[in-house]
Design a protein around this ligand. Sequence first.
Ligand code: 5GP
Ligand code: ZN
Length: 115
Amino acid sequence: MSECIFCKIVKGEIPTTILYEDDKVVAFKDINPMAPSHLLVIPRKHIKSIADATDGDVQEILPAIFKAINHLATELGLSEEGFRIVNNCGKQGGQTVDHLHFHLLGGRQMMWPPG
Ligand code: 5GP
Ligand code: ZN
């Protein structure tokens, strides 16, 4: 998926400050932040969306994503006050980048329902 912008970030082809990485996932700041803290946590592997993840992907990658989120939320001081995790899936879900990613948002009061 050489044209995928998040694959390019994983491969270091787009200069991006990586805030967390391990053998399965990478995390970096969203370019258009919607909260004082707004990170994206993505698998290194190109998976289009959660709807395209295989059972194996789910077993292998989701624990790594949630481990990264927990680590980052603690590091950023979000754990005590709380934070939001968002995954947009497909057109009606509002997904705009077709490489699976989880938003980690914090540092302000979140509202519900989302738009
Ligand atoms: P989605 O709408 O697919 O759930 O979220 C995609 C997110 O990726 C958006 O919040 C958007 O601001 C972010 N984004 C798009 N292109 C780039 C980029 O090149 N670098 C970074 N850091 N974030 C990006
Ligand atoms: Zn990709």
